[in-house]
Design a binder for this molecule. Structure first.
Ligand code: NAP
Length: 390
């Protein structure tokens, strides 16, 4: 029998990146092999980025790396160091922007047995869709006292009658209808595909009406124009006096960002998808991850129309590099999302289940074991236990 080969470009990354990537490739190969009975095989294609790329080519992010990801349409990525100074932007942000990966997707769910700071962490099962290209990610900023800042301040004073202290730094936060709608569209499609009950638009529209408030309004408009057959709004439900949505319908509602932070602590089980502009999503994703045991267990994906890059959400954790101490679960769970994206649903769910049952058996790396006072497993030993499950 001939097996179907799928090529997966991967970036080993910096710091703990190469260790967690090595562990992840092993478990991904194992789950694909066992769940497809050998019908599918993976060919891993290493791409240069970060410190290794800089040492070898003098470039932090070679154009060829981006070209291959674009051509293959998928990649698995370990964390990369953000070079400090020298005018180099975050490589991670550059990859997302150049490839137009406009949805940052972060599922946050609890795994039994993992230490958590909250009483009922199992109530958290939320997917965050965060806009990934604009708002503060546009990076439009000018330093206090710069010619640009002074010019903007003078323009606002003379033409818009807006008074800004002359010793201000200036930042601009653009939020467009097109970028907001494509992100919210992706979140509603995900709710339909996964049969999830609600999509919540999280915004700060009470203060910023034409950016954050508009994000909310465009979301409701999109629901009306494109998803009227499946989406019902909370307001419509209230005005018809119904407390539960009709069967098969998705509820769209909205929450102001500060309220959302208390909602995730007090009533996380009432939410399933949060669609957010860039900055709100940044804060919320880490706050949600903290409730289920931290970033070591939070997977992430950056998804556009034709390309998707799956990555651990934590950074390079340089203090653990080369010490066999890193938790590989974030990258492994991101790889599970990648397998699902590639249509290998069974391989994905078997991998997630193996991680769940390994953690439930109390087998965990030092970041989690130290909170429970149990014996920690190194990255390699943890991976060996997972492979046994698979
Ligand atoms: P970080 O690498 O995420 O590490 C912060 C802390 O989180 C670590 O000291 C450790 O906590 C814990 N941690 C993170 N990953 C872990 C893992 N796999 N296993 C166990 N513990 C883990 O954040 P940072 O120190 O702020 O950033 C370091 C570098 O990574 C920077 O250059 C930053 O720009 C970059 N970065 C890259 C990405 C990306 O590539 N997507 C994302 C974020 C940051 P304890 O010390 O408490 O044990």
């Amino acid at each position: 029998m001939l097996s179907r080969e799928i090529v997966i470009p991967f970036i080993p990354g910096d710091g703990v990146g190469p260790e967690i990537m090595k562990a992840t490739k092993l478990v991904v190969d194992a789950t694909v092999k066992s769940s497809t009975a050998g019908e599918v095989s993976l060919r891993w294609e290493e791409l240069l980025a970060g410190e290794t790329a800089f040492k070898m080519t003098g470039q932090w992010l070679p154009a060829e790396t981006l070209a291959v990801i674009k051509e293959r349409g998928v990649a698995l990525k370990s964390p990369l160091t953000t070079p400090v100074g020298g005018g180099i932007r975050s490589l991670n942000v550059t990859i997302r922007q150049v490839l137009d990966l406009y949805s940052s997707v972060r599922p946050v769910r609890y795994f039994e047995g993992v230490p958590s700071p909250v009483k009922e962490p199992e109530k958290m099962n939320i997917v965050i869709f965060r806009e990934n290209t604009e708002d503060v990610y546009k990076g439009i900023e000018w330093k206090k006292g710069s010619a640009e800042a002074s010019e903007v301040i003078a323009f606002l004073r003379s033409r818009m009658s807006v008074d800004i202290a002359p010793d201000s730094g200036i930042g601009i936060k653009p939020i467009s209808e097109s970028a907001s709608k494509r992100l919210i569209r992706a979140s509603v499609k995900h709710a339909i595909k996964k049969k999830l009950p609600s999509v919540t638009l999280v915004h700060k529209g009470n203060i910023m009406k034409f950016t954050e408030g508009a994000f909310r309004d465009w979301g409701y408009q999109l629901a009306k124009d494109e998803f009227a057959d499946v989406v019902v709004t909370e307001t419509e439900m209230k005005s018809s006096g119904i407390s539960k949505p009709p069967a098969g319908k998705i509820v769209m509602n909205d929450r102001i960002a500060d309220n959302m932070f208390q909602q995730i602590l007090l009533r996380p089980d009432e939410y399933s998808i949060l669609a957010t502009p860039n900055l709100n999503g940044d804060y919320l994703a880490d706050a949600c991850a903290a409730q289920i045991g931290g970033l070591g267990l939070a997977p992430g994906a950056n998804i556009g129309d034709t390309v998707a890059v799956f990555e651990a959400v934590h950074g390079t954790a340089p203090k653990y590099a080369g010490k066999d101490l890193a938790n590989p679960c974030s990258l492994m769970l991101s790889a599970a999302m990648m397998l699902e994206h590639l249509g290998l649903d069974e391989a994905a769910s078997n991998l997630t289940e193996a991680i769940r049952s390994t953690l439930a058996d109390g087998i965990m790396t030092q970041d989690l074991a130290r909170l429970k006072g149990t014996r920690p497993y190194g990255t390699v030993a943890f991976t060996r236990e997972l492979l046994a499950q698979l």
